[in-house]
Write a protein that binds this ligand. Sequence first.
Ligand code: S3P
Length: 436
Amino acid sequence: MSSVTFRPVSTVAGTIPVPADKSITHRALLLGLLSDRPVVVENPLCSEDTEATLAAVRAMGAQVEGALADGRVVIGGCGLRGLTPQPVIDCMNAGTLMRLAAGILAGQPAGELTVLDGDDSLRRRPMTRVADPLSAMGASVIPADGGTPPLAVRPGGPLRGMTHVLPIASAQVKSAVLLAGLNATGETWVQEPVPSRDHTERMLRAAGVDVMERDGMVGLTGPVARLSLPDLRVPGDFSSAAFAIVAGVLLGDPDVCVTGVNLNPHRTGLLGVLRRMGADVVVEPGPDVAGEPCGRIIARRRGVLQATEVTADEVPSMVDELPLVGLLGALAAGTTVVSGAGELRVKESDRIRSVVELLVAVGADAEEREDGFVVRGRPSIPGGEVHSHGDHRLAMLGALAGLASGSGVTVHGMEAVAVSYPGFVADLELLGAVAG
Ligand code: S3P
């Protein structure tokens, strides 16, 4: 386990191009697998999560040229119904891979069983939420006792199209169901309480699928004859950029700029929260990339932040950024409350418990709630020692807390950043962080 100490700094400044989007990279590789033409994916994210997806895509029959580390891969797919059956696929830490792969496998022509497995963290995450809708469509998708991985998928294609009302907004579950719908007969619809990120819908449309919207639902009619995904370039990941943006808000002088960032409105909820808190954040939209709005964001320190409340409606558009709201709240004037965020308990760690533990360990005044947390702001946080719990976003949160602290923060388990942002420490150093 690697331990890194992040020293306090008085300012951070500079410009960084953030790493490619994790969600979009997973989808580009998986839809490439289902495509009937070779797809060139430029600027894919090179990280542990996306390496797991590339390995899975290869195992399911894709011809892969190049490597994620080269910044370009070509995926020669097998078409919508031509995957090679695999007894076991290791999804490592990648929940997106496991849930989307379940949807893809469920709709393959009836045949061999595939077991989707993962690391200890993934083995604690709920899979009934995908198993139930996919089974209702006619596949057999069975998690272990407790509803967690390993997940045994026996394809049942052609499946039956149907309407699914999701109790919790989830892009992973929505995507699994829509991908299964490609190989289902009739219409497959998904309704969510609040719309989640729509990268799958955008990419399916680009691949020629008529993705419909009606009464707040999203759907498609199957069986779809073929997918023809055009070559694409993956834009930068807002969730990775968010760490640099928050560093800029807390310490940016003159400013921190992140370039090439995906600005999909279902991802950028944090920007609204930052504005409410009085932060100085400027968004400069640029041309679309891969059918996604993109641009650059400039953040600088301006006076004392004000506490805010984040409620259920905002959660899906900033679900991975809520840990950062905890740190912002710890240094804001007043009491910051996050509620309606029970989903955080089933992420890579129980992110309600782990965020509150981290904040308390660095000297903040934070408390758990069943579905969120409460943080009473202070003028400063002293610092301390924290653990990532193997959760990449926790490791990055600890690092930022160190920069903004009085005496520094040591993060144990810093290697977890490799899941989504292997160059995180180097990028933070470019902005002026001192780590060692
Ligand atoms: C993701 C969706 C989100 C997010 C995860 C990636 C995706 O999960 O937390 O990091 O790529 O679809 P849910 O939408 O399932 O909550």
